[in-house]
Every structure is written in structure tokens, then in C-alpha cells.
Design a binder for this molecule. Structure first.
Ligand code: GLN
Ligand code: ZN
Length: 756
């Protein structure tokens, strides 16, 4: 038996890739320098895998921004305008990733979407009848050769054609089938090229196979791979799946000429059953038995039992998905040994694979004993009072009174906002001084009072700026927060924090998910001080700004010894206390962000309600069910694809929802209209993930599109998301355009003409 992994985190132990890439964006280093830094990182990671005893090492799992973008780029699938722009390949690549404004033109970035049920975001290739997939060497070959020079024959990985097409957006001019021939040639050329250069195995990632599949999709996959594999050449091909099981296509896949099949035994509830129903003796099973998403140690006994029950001759031990989704190493963290021993990050998971491999061969049985001890005793003490409180919850705790329509009337009277009220999503740029102040406080270089004074100063300046520019509902700016989940975690009991547990979220951005270690409850008021201060500075309403329970859970590493539902209810009660506290302190609008609500939505529709929505939506309602009718509850979501869960979102019973929309061409609006969405909506009118400043006319145009679908009295105007990652000047310019565009559209609608 041998060991492998599907992919490794690429940002570097100290997020070197992020810092280097951002320097390149700021023109502080050259493309050559950035290329070299990428190369150094790859080398380091390959050697680390080798030293850890991993037998089959992947390559091309590295990316400067995103693997799907890499794949589109590798196959030449870029829009003509960018392909023809006078830019280097590197800059074309980054133009697609983050937009470009300059002498070579003005290009919008490709939209970004969440990668399956993770918090990683990929770029959505935009395919048209001008797209012609073609393989011409490039990154995948270069990186294979780079490793080869180090004496390592890697297994190049590439996203497969089915997943590529499933995740791309096609305009009206084309259908997916139109690309079949080109893709056959392109992947065929890629196989022969890599084989010619010495590749022994090639890994094709097809995570889209874990969804519910239609007969047509199954047929397409079978036909495609039958043709492709008929001329596959000398390299062996691994079909790699993850994030679930492939029950809809398992038996068909076995009949295709793959040499290896990678299955996920962690999230794939039926993987074991499928393999038990038969697995060909001539194929290798890449068994994903070490969890690629959690941070807890593997339970060796359980894993060994599982492996023993698999009727398979050739087996490679692997991770359930790429290790991209976990932090780099626990070794440099400062937890007490008794705590630390429970964790396995990416590096430690390599060790686990190695140890499991030894144990499989009946070697070093002491490793098993040590591991068993970890799971033998309960890890934490229970908070009995909290358990009792949760048991006592009844139906009415989850229902806000009066109903939406009645609240709407009362809120209109109480708040007296203009047509198309303008607001932002919460955070303003976290400039260097803001970050420095936080670090200085942590290091004891400034006192808490000095820090508070500094934050107050910022709040004051931005409240004034928002008033000057003419926003209707203001925000305090979230300057006190490093992160919308970690900040809350710090004020809740039951949480642990890493020093360096960064996980890539998109491009150069990484998050540091806190760890839910024990029962969660509110230790103290969390945001009240800052919100109340901001409100004291102005007559306009200042939105209270909270993170919702589902997002706090989804962006933390959750416990595995109690259910997600149980943890979420604990968090919901803590946030409920905060909501009521804000209300008591005169905050009349409270936004409860559920940025990550969709993230843990099961990939298979049949599991949506039973396994997730049935507790996630009530948990949100629990948070705001006790507020007064006149307190307006907002929520925010970071994605626009909720067409299919619109009813669930309406059932959150918020009064207003803002969401990402502009980067996905406002496609959600039609669905809102069709499904009679009741909640008031603020579809983001410009993309904040890009430094690009939207022109006033562009925003006016967006507003016209929104007005065509949504009754005008239901519309709020705001950017896509929080602005903390943006620079100050681009933010201010964009927001000025937003307010001016809104005023102009109000005039067009004849609103407030007598006053203006
Ligand atoms: N209120 C948060 C902010 O503005 C929301 C961020 C998010 O949705 N990711 O930063
Ligand atoms: Zn957002």
C-alpha cells in the first residue's frame, strides 16, 4: 500500500504567496520575482511531502489565484478582449481574476463562486461561441518538469471536463455539448504531452460527480471518457472525486478505462457501500480516509476497520479532499500539549497517512494505542445550564411577532427612510494604521484606552464622511474587528484560536477559522460599545453589525463530538443576547450577517432540508425572534446563487437582505420576482472583490435592471459586501458614485422632487 494526497495548501506556511502576489499587484516586485517565489514554494512543499513519506506527490495543485482559472487559462479559454489586450500572460491571468483598469483597457473580473461546500471561492469561466479549448503546454507541464528536476515524479492534477463545464457559465450562443470535441482534443493532447514528458499518473478531478446527476449528464461523462481514455497512452489516469460519494455514476465509472478511482470516505456517506458492491481487481482505489477539511486527529481504529472491510486489492491511502481547506501546521501553534494533541492540520495529516500505512502493515502498533487513548475520554466539560436552556426552547422561541407585513408598516413609520435607501454592508477599509493598532494592542505597545480612542477616531471620521456623502443608514465600520467570526469567537466561551491557522478563501485572501472546542456561550457584550458610540454621533440610524450563528459555525472548525445543530443553537442563544443588548442601547437597525449560510448546504438536494435547512434557518430566527416590531433586522449573504433556496431565505424572516449580485449579472433578480420573495432586497450594485471603481452610469444601469424586476419600495442600494479589503480612495470614489447614482435614479422616479 502507498500514500498520497489530493492537493496541498499553496499559500505557504507564512502566507508567502499572498504577500508576494499582493506586492506584485502593487508593482513592488516584478513578474520574474513573483514567479520565483511560486517556484520556491512548490519546491518546499514537494520536499515536505517527500520527507513526510508521501509516495505519490501531486503537482499543478499550486495556483497563483485559482485552479479553475488555471484550467481555463491552460486551455486557452479566455475572452477575446483580454486575449488580445497588450498585457503579459501573467497580467491577463490576473485581469480575469480581479479585473483590470489601465492603459490596456477596462476589464471586469470573472465572477467568483463558492467551491462546492467549502469556503474556498473559484473563478467562474465565462464561455461563449468564441471559446476554443486548446492545449498548448503551459503551467501543468512546466510544474511537472520543475519537480522532475528535483528528482520527484509527480502526479499532475487537472480539473476534469465535466466539472469544468458544470462550473462554467455559458452564454446564450453555446451549449455544453458544443465544447465536447474541443475538450476531447485538449485533454487528449494534455495526456500525451505529460506522458511524453515522463508522467506516470495523471489526476483528473471530477468533484461535480458527487451531485445528483441526470441521465444526460451520466451519458455525457461516459461517452466523453470512453473516447478520451481510448487513446490515453502510457500514463495512468486517476479519476479523483471528493466532497461526497458518486452513487449515481459509480458502476458506469468502473466500466471506464481509468486506472485509479479516488473516493471520499469522509463526506461520501455511501462510498463504503458502493465499494462493497464491487471494485475491479485491476484498478487502484485511492481511498480518501483522512479528512481534508477538519482539524481533528484521525481515529485510527475506525479508519483501519473501514479499510479492512473494503474488498479491494490495490489501495492507496489518501485524503478525502485537497488539504487546501486546512491550515498548514499545528506545530507552530502555542496550545497546551493536552489540547494540541487533538489537532491535525495539513502537515500532521501527512504523518497520519504515513502512520496508518504502517499500522495497515501491522507495524508500530504503539501508534494505534496512543491514538486510541485520545478518543477514550471526553475532551471537554459540558455546560449543563446551557444544555437545559436549549432543551427548554419551544416553537415560539423561533417565531418573531408581529408578522413581516405588520412590521414593515411600523418600521416605515419609525425609520422614515427615502426611496432606495442607501447603506453599506458593514466594514470600511482596514488600512495599515488600523491593523497596526490592533497588533500594537496585542503586543502591549499601546493601552486599551489608547486603542479604544483610536477606534473611536476612525468611527467618528467615517460617520461624518457617510453623512457628508449622504448615506441613509450608516455603519460604524467594524474597525475593531480582525475578522467577522474570530472577533465574535473571542467574546464567546468555548472557542480556541490559532496563531497562524490560515486557510485560503480566494485568490490572495485567507481566513483564520477559530476552533469550537467546547460548549459556546456569551461571556460579555460583544459589539454594544462600538455601535452605541457610533449611534451617539449622528441622528441617522447606525446599523448594528453581528455575525449570524450559521456563519459563525460554518466559518469555524466545528466539534465532531456533538451535532452541528447543537453547536449552532448554542451560538444562536449567544447572539440573541447580543441583539437584545443592542436594541436596549438604542440601535434600531441590526444586521445579522449570514454570509456563509449556503456553504454547508448539502450538495445533494435530497439532503437539503433534512440535514441542514431544517435547523439552520430556525437557528437564525431564534437570534431575532424577541426584538420589537420597529427594530429592523437585516441580513447579508455573500453569494447570489440562492435561487434554489429562496423560500428558506424568506423563512429566515429578516426584514431586509443584501447580497452579492453585480459580479453574477444580477441573475438572481428574476428568481426573486418569480418566487414572490417578500423580504426587502439590496442586491449589491458593484463588485467589492475588485479594486475597480464603478462609474456612476454603471451603477445607474444596475439600478435600472433591479427596478425592472423588483418593486421600487422594496429596494435597498448597497455594494456587494463589506469593504474591509479595499483601499480607502477606491472605496470612497465608489461609494460617492453609488450615492450620486441613487440620487439620480430617485429623481428619474420622481421621488422627492419637491424637496430637491
Ligand atoms: N459585515 C461584514 C463586513 O462588512 C460582512 C462581510 C461578509 O459578508 N463577508 O465586513
Ligand atoms: Zn458578503
Amino acid at each position: 500500500m502507498t500514500t498520497t494526497i489530493i492537493g496541498f495548501p499553496r499559500i505557504g506556511a507564512q502566507r508567502e504567496l499572498k504577500f508576494a502576489t499582493e506586492k506584485y499587484f502593487r508593482k513592488q516586485i516584478t513578474a520574474t520575482e513573483l514567479t520565483q517565489i511560486g517556484k520556491d514554494l512548490r519546491k518546499r512543499h514537494w520536499l515536505e511531502l517527500q520527507n513526510a513519506g508521501i509516495d505519490q506527490i501531486p503537482s499543478n495543485d499550486f495556483s497563483f489565484y485559482d485552479n479553475l482559472l488555471d484550467t481555463a487559462f491552460l486551455f486557452n479559454a479566455l475572452p477575446a478582449a483580454i486575449a488580445n489586450a497588450p498585457l503579459s500572460d501573467f497580467d491577463k491571468y490576473f485581469a480575469l481574476a480581479r479585473g483590470y483598469q489601465g492603459s490596456a483597457g477596462d476589464f471586469k473580473a470573472w465572477p467568483m463562486k463558492k467551491w462546492f461546500n467549502t469556503n474556498y471561492h473559484y473563478l467562474v469561466p465565462q464561455l461563449t461561441n468564441n471559446t476554443a479549448f486548446r492545449y498548448h503546454g503551459g503551467k501543468i507541464r512546466d510544474e511537472f518538469l520543475e519537480a522532475k528536476e528535483l528528482g520527484i515524479t509527480t502526479r499532475p492534477t487537472i480539473i476534469g471536463p465535466f466539472t469544468l463545464l458544470q462550473l462554467s457559465e455559458l452564454d446564450d450562443t453555446v451549449a455544453a455539448e458544443d465544447f465536447t470535441q474541443d475538450l476531447l482534443t485538449a485533454y487528449g493532447d494534455l495526456f500525451s504531452d505529460l506522458a511524453a514528458n515522463g508522467a506516470e499518473w495523471i489526476q483528473i478531478d471530477e468533484p461535480s460527480l458527487v451531485y445528483d446527476l441526470t441521465d444526460g449528464q451520466i451519458q455525457w461523462v461516459c461517452d466523453f471518457y470512453q473516447q478520451l481514455l481510448s487513446k490515453k497512452g502510457v500514463a495512468k489516469i486517476l479519476l479523483q472525486t471528493y466532497f461526497g460519494d458518486i452513487r449515481d455514476i459509480y458502476h458506469q465509472v468502473l466500466n471506464l478505462d481509468f486506472d485509479g478511482i479516488g473516493l471520499d470516505f469522509i463526506e461520501g456517506k455511501e462510498s463504503k457501500k458502493l465499494v462493497e458492491s464491487g471494485f475491479p481487481a485491476d484498478k487502484v482505489l485511492f481511498a480518501g480516509v483522512v479528512n481534508g477539511k477538519n482539524i481533528w486527529r484521525n481515529n485510527y481504529q475506525q479508519t483501519l476497520n473501514l479499510l479492512q472491510e473494503l474488498p479491494v486489492e490495490k489501495l492507496v491511502l489518501s485524503t478525502s479532499c485537497s488539504l487546501l481547506h486546512v491550515p498548514y501546521t499545528v506545530a507552530t501553534e502555542q496550545f497546551k500539549p493536552d489540547i494540541k494533541k487533538h489537532f491535525a492540520f495539513a502537515n500532521e495529516k501527512l504523518t497520519e497517512l504515513n502512520e496508518l500505512n504502517l499500522l495497515q502493515q501491522n507495524k508500530q502498533l504503539d501508534l494505534l494505542q496512543k491514538n486510541q487513548q485520545l478518543f477514550a475520554t471526553p475532551r471537554v466539560e459540558e455546560n449543563l445550564e446551557l444544555h437545559h436552556q436549549i432543551e427548554k426552547l419551544t416553537e415560539t422561541d423561533f417565531v418573531r411577532k408581529p408578522d413581516f407585513e405588520e412590521r414593515k408598516k411600523q418600521q416605515e413609520n419609525a425609520l422614515n427612510l427615502p426611496l432606495l435607501p442607501t447603506t453599506t454592508i458593514g466594514s470600511f477599509p482596514q488600512t495599515k494604521p488600523v491593523k497596526h493598532a490592533r497588533v500594537a494592542l496585542r503586543k502591549g505597545e499601546i493601552t486599551q484606552d489608547e486603542y479604544d480612542e483610536f477606534i473611536k477616531q476612525h468611527i467618528q471620521e467615517w460617520i461624518k464622511w457617510q453623512e457628508d456623502v449622504g448615506f441613509d443608514v450608516l455603519v460604524h465600520g467594524e474597525f475593531e474587528r480582525n475578522d467577522m467570526v474570530e472577533y465574535f469567537g473571542q467574546h464567546l466561551s468555548g472557542y480556541l484560536f490559532t496563531k497562524n491557522g490560515w486557510v485560503q478563501s480566494y485568490g490572495t485572501r485567507a481566513v483564520k477559522p477559530p476552533i469550537i472546542w467546547g460548549d459556546v456561550s456569551r461571556k460579555e457584550p460583544i459589539t454594544v460599545k462600538w455601535s452605541a458610540y457610533a449611534q451617539s454621533l449622528t441622528d441617522k440610524p447606525v446599523k448594528g453589525m453581528l455575525t449570524g450563528p450559521v456563519t459563525i459555525l460554518n466559518w469555524s472548525f466545528p466539534r465532531e463530538d456533538i451535532s452541528l445543530e447543537e453547536s449552532t443553537l448554542q451560538i444562536a442563544l449567544a447572539i440573541q443576547a447580543e441583539v437584545l443588548d443592542l436594541e436596549k442601547h438604542g440601535i434600531t437597525i441590526i444586521q445579522i450577517d449570514e454570509a456563509a449560510l449556503r456553504e454547508k448546504l448539502p450538495l445533494r438536494k435530497s439532503d437539503w432540508n433534512s440535514e441542514y435547512l431544517n435547523w439552520a434557518i430556525p437557528a437564525f430566527r431564534l437570534v431575532h425572534s424577541k426584538v420589537q416590531a420597529t427594530t429592523q433586522i437585516h441580513t447579508h449573504m455573500c453569494y447570489s446563487e440562492f435561487g434554489d433556496i429562496i423560500h428558506a431565505i424568506d423563512q429566515m424572516d429578516a426584514d431586509v437582505i443584501s447580497f452579492e449580485a453585480s459580479r453574477s449579472n444580477l441573475e438572481i433578480l428574476q428568481q426573486l420576482q418569480d418566487q414572490h420573495f417578500k423580504t426587502l432586497v439590496g442586491p449589491g450594485v458593484y463588485d467589492i472583490h475588485s479594486p475597480r471603481v464603478p462609474a456612476k452610469t454603471e451603477i445607474i444601469n444596475e439600478l435600472h435592471q433591479i427596478l425592472a424586476k423588483v418593486p421600487q419600495q422594496n429596494i435597498w442600494v448597497n455594494p456587494d459586501c463589506g469593504l474591509k479589503t479595499r483601499g480607502e480612495s477606491e472605496t470612497k470614489a465608489s461609494l460617492v458614485n453609488l450615492t450620486e447614482a441613487t440620487r439620480q435614479v430617485r429623481r428619474e422616479l420622481g421621488y422627492g422632487q419637491s424637496i430637491d
